[in-house]
Design a binder for this molecule. Structure first.
Ligand code: CP
Length: 339
């Protein structure tokens, strides 16, 4: 395993090829840990994980909690509705309360971009011994989802020994509500970082032209891009053209709750033009796998038949692979740097 330099995981723009390789290798190893409750390993015995979710979640929170338990860590779960947030306590003071209780890693989800980064900066400036792992912030980043998707794809292309090489020169198409998707942003960094070319497909209202420049420079505050030979990002508006030569498709949830303006005229016509169905997959030159981060709007971005078609849908595998991927991230944060 290569060295690991991250005390926090906020986004994937700062990941090097060695970082991706380390995560894939460790995830593949943790995949062998039995899934029964007795099949734990003592790697994080004595460590405390807190899931600090200010926004709803089914997959991410439960997957992190299960991952921590598989590594024999203790787990604390914060619920905003029954918390002192209602008395005016800030996210920072909430996080500091859990750090005072001994939390070693806090998984933070918040509707505002930068809340996890601000907590991480506070921890570093004040010499506190805790790590922040971004569980999804606003439209910005969802690194554990990007990494579990990366593993799922690499594992599809190379079931025995998935690595970054398995993504090199592949074409992965991401379809749908890119504008509102932190999952898409993390996937674009991860996939291009491993040398895949990414096609973005969707109507202008939810896929602005600027996305073709997305990885051309590092995000504000980051001095340089650690990846020398990133894959390219291309926008193709026609789903038929986008599907023709692709090696995999990831379709995204239409995020109705984040659509302040009426960006789509109606969901039926969106499904007709961009919904992934068996009919449209006939446009592909070969059989390809379909991914979706969940939760799914059946009949809008994807048909029910595709969701349930185990011969091409990797949705179930994404959920399953989420656990060893998150075990890998927790293990790296808890054991590899300044610990
Ligand atoms: N994919 C994802 O983030 O799902 P949850 O919102 O259920 O965590």
């Amino acid at each position: 395993m290569k060295s690991w330099a991250h005390n926090h995981i906020i986004d994937l723009a700062s990941f090097s090829i060695d970082d991706y390789e380390t995560v894939l290798e460790l995830t593949n190893r943790f995949k062998q840990v039995p899934t029964s409750s007795s099949g734990k390993i003592p790697a994080l015995q004595g460590k405390l994980l807190t899931t600090l979710f200010f926004e709803p979640s089914t997959r991410t929170r439960s997957s992190f909690e299960l991952a921590a338990k598989r590594l024999s860590a203790d787990v604390q779960s914060f619920s905003p509705t029954n918390s002192s947030l209602s008395k005016g306590e800030t996210p920072l003071d909430t996080a500091l309360t859990y750090i005072s209780m001994g939390s070693n890693i806090l998984i933070v989800r918040h509707s505002s971009t930068n809340v996890p980064a601000e907590l991480a900066n506070y921890i570093d400036k004040n010499g506190l011994k805790a790590s922040i792992l971004n569980g999804g912030d606003g439209l910005h980043s969802h690194p554990s989802q990007g990494l579990l998707d990366l593993f799922t794809l690499a594992n599809f292309f190379n079931p025995m020994n998935p690595s970054t090489n398995d993504l090199k020169n592949k074409t992965i198409t991401i379809v749908g509500d890119i504008l509102h998707s932190r999952v898409a942003r993390s996937n674009i960094w991860a996939l291009t970082g491993c040398g895949a070319n990414v096609i973005l497909c969707g109507p202008l209202s939810i896929l602005p032209d600027e996305f073709s420049e997305f990885v051309n420079s590092p995000p504000p505050g980051q001095k340089y891009d650690p990846i020398k030979n990133r894959g390219k990002v291309t926008i193709i508006r026609s789903l038929k053209d986008a599907l023709e030569d692709t090696d995999a498709v990831m379709t995204l949830r239409i995020q109705k709750e984040r659509m302040k303006q009426n960006l789509l005229s109606d969901f039926d016509s969106y499904h007709k033009n961009y919904g992934i169905t068996h009919e449209k997959l006939k446009w592909c030159k070969k059989s390809i796998p379909i991914l979706h981060p969940g939760p799914v709007n059946r009949g809008i971005e994807i048909s029910s038949q595709i969701v349930e078609d185990q011969s091409i849908s990797l949705i179930d595998k994404q959920v399953i692979n989420g656990i060893p991927t998150r075990m890998a991230l927790l293990y790296l944060l808890a054991t590899m740097k300044n610990k």
